[in-house]
Structure formats: structure tokens, C-alpha cells
Design a protein around this ligand. Structure first.
Ligand code: DI6
Ligand code: FE
Length: 412
């Protein structure tokens, strides 16, 4: 005799979803879908009429609204002190992002402010930014260090990142971005700083459990390919995955280097070459597109989207939320920009902020609506992926679920 089936914690009926299987191109939507959850995990997905006859503690009628996986912002720098609205004004008057950086402003001005802030001050400034993302459907968030650039400063940032996850009940993945800019205490000695990062900072912070991945800024105003390679070699000995700010302002062949180290992602990519695209395709490295930075810096050169498509490189989309090049506090807005500025299709953009973003973080347990995945979901007030990325601004979230639990939303 069969035992009575375990009840579901909740069931959502009559939702519209992308096909639950792979999150890859070619999926067709299920118009009248049901999703059931048990113990924080998706237990069943399919057509509402096929839903098994199992009792549920809670039942939700979606009335045909779009249901997606919880959104995943796989590239942010949202822990920092103060802002750089003054640089925004200077850029509008003709100053250039790289010139401001070379003159000691840019990233270094945020480093000064961030070093002066204690952990609680950093947390209270960063939390509202993370909350904005969550209110707009984000349930998994990557946060980088890179505004401390010394051991105590980087540690403080990474600890604040972890505390944000605990506070909001969402997943935060941390990336150590010690090679973001050359800090003043190492002026004129970039190689010495790279040694300090590789031999002291990274092993110490990794030993404290604060580092999920290792990142760097490879550019003429950042670090050279050779310096990044030393960092990647160190990351490998520590068993940490790598990713890179690559080909944002010039082609340094950084994406191919990242691919060589089996990197999770190469990010920005406006100056990515065909060779870089091929290397990423064969290593399975995700292309993270950051159209908010492209927009805010009024760039004109676009990442090679057609080549990425042709070679089957998965494309993710992220906010790059930071005080300089991307004051973007909505992942949905980044998806809109990816369509309008980079010509992604709405379905590509949706995969870019769900399935492919999960892959860019090395997380296999989320990003698609498949039984066994974490029950991170968003029920929207719209019906299609196109409508989701078409609206600019507004409050489109009906209900966010993180780990199976409804997240309180200010509008509800
Ligand atoms: N590229 C970026 O877009 C951010 N970091 C980087 O290497 C910008 C960071 C900032 O301007 O504060
Ligand atoms: Fe960035």
C-alpha cells in the first residue's frame, strides 16, 4: 500500500512560465502552469491540469501572471561609502572616466570614503541598495570587495556583504577584488601590490571564509594580463574560482586568460575579440554583459553579441551596481538596457538574469524552474518576458519567494 503523499507547503496555479527544463534557447512557455514547493525546494512543475492531487498548506492563484526564478544579479559592487554624483556632473561637462581615475578620483575616491567608514556605517549605506534590488525581484546577489585595497578594508567590505545576505534572507556570493585599482600606499609599485594581494591578502581572507571567487580589473587603468595571471594562479592553489573585468575599455586579451583558468565569467567585454569569444566558448565561461556601465559612461562600442551567440557563449546580464560607472539599482532596468542597447531578445535577457547568471556564479541549484532547485521565485504583475523587460521603472513585483518563503514586499 502506498503511503499518503507528503503535503506541499504551497502551490501556485495558473501561472505563465518559460519552459522549466534547461533555461537554454528554444524553450517554449507553459501558458497555464503550476509550481509546487516543499521544504524550500521546487517539488513539482508542469501544466496546472496535470498537478498531482496532493494537499497544500497554501494555494495561490496567479491569474495568468508571469512566474520566473528569483532574479540573480551576478556582478555588483554595492558595498561602498558615499557616492560619486560629483563625477557624474563632471562627466556631463566633458570629463572622461579614465581621466578622472588617472587624476586620483574615480575608484580611489571611493576607496578613501570606504576606508573611513566602519562596518556598521558601511552596512547601513549598502543595505538600502540591496533592498532595492530585492524589491525588484533579486534573490541571489554577488558583491565584490575592491574599495578597501588593504587587508582591514577588504575584510570589512566582505564581512558587510555576508551580513547583507543574513539581514535580507537572500543568498550573497562574495568576490575578492583586491586588484581593482592601485592603492596609494603602493603608488609606483604595482608589482609589489600584486605580491601583497597574492601572498597576504587573498590567502588570509580566503582562510577566514570570506571569499567565494576571485576577480580583478584588467585594463590600462587597472592591472596587466601578467599581473592578473599571478592572481589567478594563486586562486587556483587555493581552490577558488576566478572571473574578470575584461575588455571594458580596451582589449587586453583578458577573457581568453580567464577561460584558460576555467573562469566562471568574463564581464563587460565591449572590446572582446573573436579569439576571446572562442576561448570563452570552449571553456564554458559566461559572458556577463553590463549595459548600465555602457550607458552611464556613454560608451559607443558594444560587446560582440552576434559572435557570442554564434559560438554559443551563455550571456548573463547584471547591474554592475557601483558609485562610478553604474549607479544602477534595478536588475530589471539592466535587462531593459541589454535589449535596447545591446539588442538581446527579451527571452535572452530573462535567461541572462536567471539561468545564465546562476552559472556565472557557479550555482547549479537555482536559475531555472525545475524540481529539486531552490524555491526562489518571483510572481510578477505582468504576463510575458517581453513585458517584464519593456517597462522602465515601476513596481512590477507581486510576490518574491526566497528559499520557499514569501519575502515581505513593501507594496503588498
Ligand atoms: N569597472 C567598473 O565598471 C567598476 N569597476 C571596474 O573595474 C567601476 C568601479 C568604480 O568606478 O567605482
Ligand atoms: Fe564591475
Amino acid at each position: 500500500m502506498n503511503a499518503a503523499p507528503l503535503p506541499f507547503d504551497w502551490v501556485i496555479r495558473h501561472a505563465r512560465i518559460m519552459a522549466p527544463t534547461s533555461g537554454m534557447a528554444g524553450d517554449t512557455p507553459i501558458e497555464d502552469a503550476a509550481v509546487a514547493c516543499r521544504d524550500g525546494t521546487i517539488a513539482w512543475v508542469g501544466a496546472t491540469r496535470d498537478l498531482p492531487d496532493v494537499p497544500a498548506r497554501q494555494n495561490v492563484n496567479a491569474h495568468g501572471r508571469l512566474l520566473t526564478p528569483g532574479l540573480i544579479d551576478c556582478h555588483t559592487h554595492l558595498v561602498f561609502a558615499d557616492d560619486r554624483a560629483d563625477e557624474f556632473r563632471m562627466r556631463l561637462e566633458g570629463a572622461d572616466y579614465a581621466d578622472i581615475a588617472r587624476a586620483g578620483g574615480g575608484i580611489l575616491s571611493t576607496v578613501h570614503a570606504t576606508r573611513a567608514a566602519d562596518e556598521d556605517a558601511l552596512l547601513s549605506q549598502a543595505l538600502p541598495r540591496a533592498r532595492d534590488l530585492l524589491d525588484d525581484g533579486v534573490t541571489t546577489l554577488e558583491i565584490k570587495s575592491g574599495y578597501g585595497l588593504d587587508l582591514p578594508g577588504e575584510r570589512r567590505m566582505l564581512r558587510v556583504a555576508r551580513r547583507i545576505g543574513e539581514h535580507l534572507g537572500i543568498t550573497v556570493r562574495t568576490s575578492f577584488l583586491g586588484l581593482h585599482a592601485l592603492p596609494p600606499q603602493f603608488a609606483g609599485d604595482a608589482d609589489g601590490y600584486v605580491r601583497h594581494v597574492c601572498e597576504d591578502m587573498l590567502p588570509t581572507l580566503a582562510g577566514e571564509g570570506l571569499v567565494d571567487a576571485v576577480d580583478a580589473f584588467c585594463d590600462t587603468i587597472g592591472f596587466s594580463r601578467e599581473q592578473v595571471q599571478l592572481l589567478f594562479a594563486k586562486a587556483r592553489t587555493l581552490g577558488l574560482p576566478v572571473k574578470l573585468h575584461a575588455e571594458q575599455l580596451s582589449d587586453q586579451d583578458g577573457a581568453a586568460l580567464t577561460a584558460q583558468y576555467g573562469g566562471l565569467s568574463a564581464d563587460h567585454l565591449e572590446y572582446l575579440s573573436e579569439r576571446g569569444v572562442r576561448a570563452m566558448a570552449s571553456a564554458g565561461t559566461v559572458a556577463v554583459l553590463l549595459p548600465g556601465a555602457f550607458y552611464a559612461l556613454r560608451e559607443t562600442r558594444r560587446p560582440p553579441i552576434d559572435a557570442l551567440r554564434r559560438h554559443g557563449v551563455p550571456m548573463a546580464v547584471a547591474t554592475d551596481l557601483n558609485p562610478g560607472s553604474a549607479p544602477v539599482r534595478s536588475l530589471r532596468l539592466a535587462a531593459n538596457m541589454a535589449c535596447t542597447l545591446f539588442r538581446l531578445t527579451p527571452d535572452e535577457a530573462l535567461r541572462g538574469i536567471t539561468a545564465h547568471a546562476a552559472r556565472a556564479l557557479g550555482l547549479a541549484d537555482r536559475g531555472t524552474l525545475v524540481p529539486g532547485q531552490r524555491a526562489d521565485l518571483v510572481l510578477w504583475k505582468v504576463r510575458t518576458p517581453a513585458e517584464l523587460v519593456y517597462w522602465i521603472g515601476g513596481d512590477l513585483v507581486q510576490q518574491v519567494y526566497a528559499g520557499g518563503r514569501p519575502v515581505t514586499h513593501p507594496a503588498n
